[in-house]
Design a protein around this ligand. Sequence first.
Ligand code: DCP
Ligand code: MG
Length: 449
Amino acid sequence: MPDLARFRAIHGAPEEHSLPPTTSILHVDMDAFFVSVELLERPELRGKPVIVGGGSPDQRGVVTSASYEARKFGVHSAMPLRTAGKLCPHGIFLDGHHHKYSEWSDRVATILGKFSPIVEMVSIDEAYLDLAGTERLHGPPLAAADKLLRMITSTTGLPCSGGLGSTRLIAKVGSEQAKPRGLVWVAPGSEAQFLAPLPVRKIPGIGEVTERSLLALGLKTVGDLAAIPHHKLQKIFGQWGTALYRKARGGDSYEFVIDAEPKSISHNHTFGEDTSDTEVLHSMLSHLSQKACKRLREAGLSTRTLTLTIRYQGFDTYTRARTLAAPTNLDSDIFATIQSLFHEHRNLKRRVRLLGVALGSFSQGNDQLDLLEAEKRAKLEKLAKTADGLRDRFGFDSVQFGGSIRHEERNANEGWGQQETRRKNEAEDKKQKRKTEKNPANESDFYPD
Ligand code: DCP
Ligand code: MG
């Protein structure tokens, strides 16, 4: 890979390298995320084969995250714990603690948000950033990416990797190749060359089904796929063939356009057990409103359109939105609106599975407000700012405004059975969502690259 520069985080900062602005998409992914979070409290387990998913290999369930030492034995995520136990008999099996992972994910998101205005968190442990425009602050993209990865690890103690390239696809494949604790830069013009030797399955969006079809055609590597003319792929796969043609060259299958501002900020929660307990539902709405509101303030934005999502038992999902007369970034305004939407639209006879709060129609700052007198509002803003600072340092749950329960209380009240049910519900919902959103003929042209 002559055009591929590979920098491990242990090597010096590559300040001397400068890149044309076209290779500014960075994909950051935390290394063995759940394991790494557990190791913060159990440093004596560093360097050992640690497996998160369940406290023992005799339990039912699957591996959620495996340390790189455990991976040497063939252990990987989604593998049954029993299989992992057989492959790695001296492995250290740990229970998962989901509230901790989401807290650490929030902290990483905060670091990313302070680094670049264009951040898209795509899962609990990965994000895309556009580093174009951050040159004055952080230097050329490669140096900036290196600086960011180091900053994440030095601030949180969690290792991570990154891929830097001209498209999301290249950046994502790059970060996977860089793991663990690495950074891969794919120079502009060398995208096809970088991808060519990789198995087709490494391309985001190519899953088991497409892989099987491609193998049947004798196409094992991305290079094999790239050698097939567009019209042939189109004949075999229809529209999906066009996407495959583009992907094999490093292109995203859809235009990747992100604005400097997010289009919406949302937070959802799936309950361990479907509930109709009004107090629990209110507390959760307050918690979700506060989480969304904190992110809104971090982005320096105010919102006018607030959306409430209620999913009932089964999969019936309702969204109700309200547009405010003037934009706001205050917890109290947002919670009051969400609460009133909930009162108006909730079906009292049905148990609730999921609640969601989404904020949209953004504007910069908060200067058009006169919902409250200026002095009172200034006090509330100061309070919110102090709370946000404490949350950055001590975790989101360190500060809660009235009406919300703390995470620990929620999770302490949630027995193992309920956690299991919640996980099952979430998995089932995801499956349903995928079914409704995806075109089954394609593994999806719109799969998040
Ligand atoms: N996860 C999960 N179940 C899976 C896969 C992942 O619960 N089947 C969780 C645990 C992971 C986290 O999501 O720690 C992030 O997923 P990744 O695919 O990024 O895996 P890791 O971060 O564990 O490892 P890597 O270093 O390969 O990124
Ligand atoms: Mg990861």
